[in-house]
Design a protein around this ligand. Structure first.
Ligand code: SF4
Length: 299
């Protein structure tokens, strides 16, 4: 079975920098990580083993007991930041998320109502909506409605598919004729690179495996892209979750990963896929020469 890897995939610089900052801290036992620094069980467990405390993303009402808190790459609202006064904040907010916060503030100061294309309740989205409570969060094109206001600014959660962002903007404009509808594309560059890579990959494969956590928005979006084209996709976090039966009869499988997936997790899944391909090879009918049942070196 040929396993083709996406040209761009896996951990982005924002998440890498956040993990590296966490690892550089000398006093992890005094630090609570607000939410998941990365949507990966093994990395999360490693940080807990080092002594970090962790507070669930959904438990925002309670303040952590520790003297220091680590803000993840997803960022937090100014409102939440104010509530953390008195604590030492280790801020690993990705600069591309900070850009969204600044853009949102600028539009809001100019009297625009914010329209954010993203996932309601996602921690990055809360970073905007907690400071701008009248923000309209739209997860899909179908969710766009009329009557949102006559001065609207359309922004995107950083991991939104670019085509969805553009389509929502056009629909908002269409439903608000005569209104001022502005946009700023705040989808981050690493996300765009991964979306372009998956677009190219999906033209060449029969199914897609995406390595990433169940809470990783961009991981789920990659699966959705495959499903939109009618290709089966599966999300796994580690190789033990792969079932060889899924691949019976397939000769070309694509591999991609979310922006919070460590390189080791991708390599482990890749190796397991090759093993599965080798194990299934005897199923090829005698006399049938399938040239695509080869593997290429892992790059
Ligand atoms: S997905 Fe984009 S915005 Fe989010 S941490 Fe990575 S680079 Fe930054």
């Amino acid at each position: 079975m040929l396993v083709i890897q996406a040209q761009a995939m896996g951990m982005c610089f924002g998440v890498e920098d956040a993990i590296s900052t966490a690892h550089s801290l000398k006093n992890p036992q005094d630090v609570t990580i607000l939410g998941e620094i990365v949507h990966n069980r093994r990395v999360q467990q490693d940080l807990i083993d080092r002594g970090f405390a962790s507070q669930s993303e959904s438990a925002r009402e309670e303040l952590p007991a520790s003297s220091s808190v680590l803000v993840t790459a997803h960022g937090i609202s100014d409102a939440y930041r104010n509530r953390l006064q008195g604590k030492t904040i280790v801020d690993t907010t990705c600069p591309l998320v900070t850009r969204v916060h600044k853009t949102a503030r600028r539009f809001a100061d100019q009297g625009y109502r914010l329209v954010l294309v993203g996932k309601p309740g996602h921690v990055e989205v809360l970073g905007i909506t907690e400071d701008h409570p009248d923000t309209v969060v739209l997860p899909s094109l179908e969710a766009v409605r009329a009557g949102l206001g006559n001065k609207l600014a359309v922004l995107a959660q950083t991991t939104t598919p670019s085509d969805l962002f553009e389509a929502v903007f056009e629909r908002v404009k269409e439903l608000h004729p005569g209104g001022a509808v502005e946009k700023l594309d705040t989808v981050c560059r690493p996300t765009k690179q991964r979306q372009q890579a998956i677009g190219a990959l999906l033209k060449r494969v029969q199914a897609l495996v995406v390595v990433g956590g169940a809470h990783s928005n961009n991981t789920l979006r990659l699966c959705e892209q495959a499903e939109k084209l009618g290709l089966p996709s599966v999300r796994v976090e580690d190789p033990s979750e792969l079932n060889s039966e899924w691949f019976r009869g397939l000769s070309v499988v694509g591999l991609s990963a979310g922006t919070s997936t460590p390189a080791e997790a991708i390599s482990a899944v890749y190796r397991r896929l090759l093993e599965i391909g080798r194990a299934l090879r005897p199923q090829i009918p005698r006399g049938f020469t399938n040239k695509v049942f080869t593997s290429r070196a892992h790059s």
